[in-house]
Structure formats: structure tokens, C-alpha cells
Write a protein that binds this ligand. Structure first.
Ligand code: DO4
Ligand code: MG
Length: 275
């Protein structure tokens, strides 16, 4: 089942039917340890709604923080080593790829995050920017993975490549994060064969496309969550992006007007324009 936050309230979708999820605030909903059971009960007690509109869907975020894991795919390790080699930082990425402790960094808040159809941004002092399509976990306050959504970890590669200590500037700025469209609510892990697909369209034509399967993800999502939760509390739950396995060639940089389309079945497609 999929959970949506919209301008007309929250909806849960199952088998093509949408149901209102009333009487509970979004943050309280995302804080539930038994979200799947709660929504199953809502569906059992409700009649299908007729007022769900795709155009009304908002980013599925309230007071949650968005965190991100880095260098969790071999492709990301190689791309970072290349971009940071002149700064002497290349070795860090190889070491973090192989280390027991993952790289985890703070990524975004609701105010910097856009939903489906929203505009993501290129940092005004960046010259080399890319989208990072990432499977994103919904984590409950108790550390359960209660759902999955799609995330775009917009990144300024020239800034992060200049010096690894500039990472927060490369990653955290207005419009640097997109989430959505909805949250696939399930307590079961996604199949390893699940594919993440990225298309970047420029003037209506595909400028870049790529895909990666979760088999390539080096870290178990539960291990990423256990590091994130270590001595860290999230009273409203949080989102954790699991890293990118798709990196366009080094000659590519995003431009205003580009459309970024990220698909992960069975979650859906997250599409955004670059402002
Ligand atoms: O260490 C730099 C960022 C890595 C990242 O965002 C990724 O691998 O997805
Ligand atoms: Mg990333």
C-alpha cells in the first residue's frame, strides 16, 4: 500500500483505490511503529475516496530530518575518487567504501525539500551539478524501516570535489532535495532485483539515462539505520537516502529547464524540473 500527503489531506492507496487517512497528523502517522497495520485498519474501515488528485501530491515530509548515506555503490566510489583526485581526497572515498562504518550525512529539512512536480535547484556558486537518484527509507522513532520512497540528493560535484570538508555546502541548500511521490508502506525489505532508473530530459529529449539494481547496494539498509540511530533520536521518525549507484559522465552538468525523472517500481516516479 502507498501513503500520500496531499493538499486535501492524507490518502492511502491499495489496488488502485484511494482512502482518506483522517484524524491523525502527518507527523504522528510517520511516527507509528506499526504504520502498515494502522493503514490496513484504515482501509478495512473506510469507503474508497473519489477526491484523490495526483496534481495535489506534496512531498511526504513534515518535521522529519532527511539524512543520506554516501559511497554505498561502486559507481559512486569511482566517481568521487575521480572528482577529488586533484584535491588529494580520492583515498577517502575508497576507504569509506570498504570501511565497516558507513558515511552518513545530514541532507535536508522539509523547507529545502520539494515534492513531485516541484523545482529542484542548482547552487548559484556551483558549476558541476548532478541529480542523485536514491532509494529512501522511512525510519520510525524506534528505528524500524516502515516504508520506502524515492529521493533525489542534488549535488554540486565541483564543490565536494574541491575538498571533502565542503560536503555540507555541496549537499545542503534550498531546493537540494526532492522526495516522493508517495511512501510504499511495508515491513518487508524490497527485493534485491528492484531497479532504480534515472532519465534526464533536456528540451524534451533524453540527455542521460541509467539504471542500477539494489543488488549493487553494498550496505544493508538495516545496518545504515542502526548507525544513524546510534545515540541519535528522531521523535517524528526520519528519512534516510541510501546513496546513488547512477552517476552521469563527468562531462555532464545539469542546466535550468532539465527534467529529472526517477523511477523505482513499485514506489512510482518522482519527476522534477531544474529551476
Ligand atoms: O561522499 C560524498 C557523497 C556521496 C553520496 O551522496 C552518494 O554516494 O550518494
Ligand atoms: Mg547521494
Amino acid at each position: 500500500m502507498k501513503l500520500y500527503r496531499t493538499t486535501a489531506g492524507s490518502f492511502v492507496e491499495e489496488e488502485g483505490q484511494y482512502y482518506h487517512v483522517g484524524g491523525i497528523a502527518w507527523d504522528d502517522l510517520l511516527s507509528l511503529e506499526n504504520l502498515a497495520d494502522y493503514l490496513t485498519a484504515v482501509i478495512a474501515q473506510s469507503k474508497p475516496a473519489t477526491d484523490f488528485r495526483t496534481a495535489n501530491v506534496l512531498a511526504p515530509i513534515g518535521q522529519q530530518e532527511v539524512w543520506a548515506a554516501g559511497v554505498t555503490y561502486f559507481r559512486s566510489r569511482g566517481a568521487r575518487m575521480e572528482e577529488a583526485k586533484d584535491a588529494g581526497g580520492g583515498d577517502f572515498y575508497d576507504r569509506v567504501y570498504s570501511a565497516e562504518r558507513p558515511e552518513l550525512f545530514f541532507k535536508s529539512t522539509a523547507s529545502r525539500t520539494v515534492g513531485p512536480g516541484g523545482q529542484v535547484r542548482i547552487r548559484e556558486d556551483a558549476h558541476w551539478s548532478v541529480p542523485e537518484p536514491e532509494l529512501t527509507l522511512l525510519v520510525s522513532p524506534g528505528g524500524q524501516i516502515t516504508g520506502y520512497t524515492i529521493g533525489n540528493d542534488m549535488s554540486s560535484r565541483d564543490i565536494e570535489g574541491e575538498n571533502p570538508l565542503y560536503l555540507p555546502q555541496a549537499k545542503v541548500y534550498n531546493g537540494s532535495c526532492a522526495l516522493g511521490p508517495g511512501i510504499l508502506v511495508t515491513s518487508s525489505p524490497l527485493p534485491h532485483a528492484t531497479e532504480i532508473m534515472l532519465e534526464i530530459l533536456r528540451r524534451g529529449l533524453i540527455e542521460f539515462s541509467g539504471s542500477v539494481a539494489l543488488t549493487e547496494l553494498k550496505r544493508d539498509p538495516r545496518t545504515l539505520v542502526s548507525y544513524l540511530m546510534c545515540d541519535n533520536s528522531f521523535p517524528h521518525g526520519c528519512f534516510l537516502m541510501t546513496g546513488t549507484g547512477i552517476v552521469p559522465p563527468s562531462s555532464f552538468t545539469l542546466a535550468s529547464g532539465d527534467r529529472i525523472r526517477i523511477t523505482i517500481e513499485p514506489i512510482g516516479t518522482l519527476e522534477n524540473e531544474v529551476a
